[in-house]
Ligand binder design. Sequence first.
Ligand code: MN
Length: 426
Amino acid sequence: MNPTCDPSLKSWIPVSADSDFPIQNLPFGVFCRRSGEVAVGVAIGDQVLDLAVLHGAGHFSGTPVATDNVFARPTLNDFLACGRAAGSAVRAVVSSLLAEGNATLRDDTTLRNQTLVPQSDVEMLLPTQVGNYVDFYSSKEHATNVGSMFRDPSNPLLPNWVHIPVGYNGRASSVIVSGVDVRRPMGQTKADDADAPTYGPCRLLDFELEVGFITGSGNELGAQIPTDRAADHIAGMVLLNDWSARDIQKWEYVPLGPFLGKTFATSISPWLVTLDALEPFRVPGPQQDPQPLPYLQFSGDWAYDMQLEVWLQAADMSEPVRLTKTNFRYMYWNMLQQLAHMTVNGTNVLPGDLYGSGTVSGPTEDSRGSMLEICWKGTKPLTLPNGQQRKFIADGDTVIMRGWCQGDGYRIGFGELRSTVLSASE
Ligand code: MN
């Protein structure tokens, strides 16, 4: 086992058992102090550790980033471009500095005060400048639910689905971080019983519960990333809400797929949880039948036992209510297959690219990852604790996504992905 993942590790910084950020996690993010200074940091308990200051003090001298302070940047991109091994080396240094019994930082009052900031005193920024954003469609349960609703319940999957990790190119410029409001989009829709389309605010606004992976080092145009090298190109994961305007999507998506129904906003959580931290939670994925083509075959266990939840809080509710609870382990296609498929034609991946898993839906009715499925195309509205009904997301609603892998006495979590919906006219 990677020693940074040892469940018995403890930090000299107090971390509660239900914290998302124990010493076994150490996710990377970009934060802004109240002074306006921006740097790359690591979450530990309820604190942020400033890596730019640590770098200036010489603490990364033995790592691949020794000569370039890639942490004094407004994004993770330069750090991610150094590759997975550099990330692991930095993680090892941080783990050692924060470990119980290591006095180097703990007893250096000046450096400690410069490097540790309460999370409540910082604003988290978008972790990477996203050059490319792709969204897959890799949950068989989700694809089956959608196919049953809109096509044929007896034959819900299209013929390509079990042979290809289906995906589409999304819009990188509208990827936003947790805490940024989402404005209800305007657009063109057509009701089933109408003769002509109309223009107006989206009426069927939805979330999609997803997990995104972010790439480290990329590949040259014309080269491929095979499954047995894909993990070296993946830095880690974030929670992702693929906001969806179902009425706009329904009218526009044939024949070329999602367009304006998706491109108005995609929200992600701010902390990049590394593959190193998630390593102990790898589990076998679903049996793939038929066997995929050779370029999509892989070895090892590449599903993750990761619990995922969506909560909703309407404007007049004092606390959120849980809408769904599922697990990332159900995903049919894994990240290695997604990255290998995407680059099989030689397209190039950049450091900091974002790849969404597709809506994560589980096998039961209470584990569905979108309002479209939870309320079954609006036919089964749900009643909130405040008495209001929902079929889709209303103005003023806050959607909160949470995710974590549960260890023995600790959890590797993502923190919250929280977004509030503004009316189209606000
Ligand atoms: Mn999606």
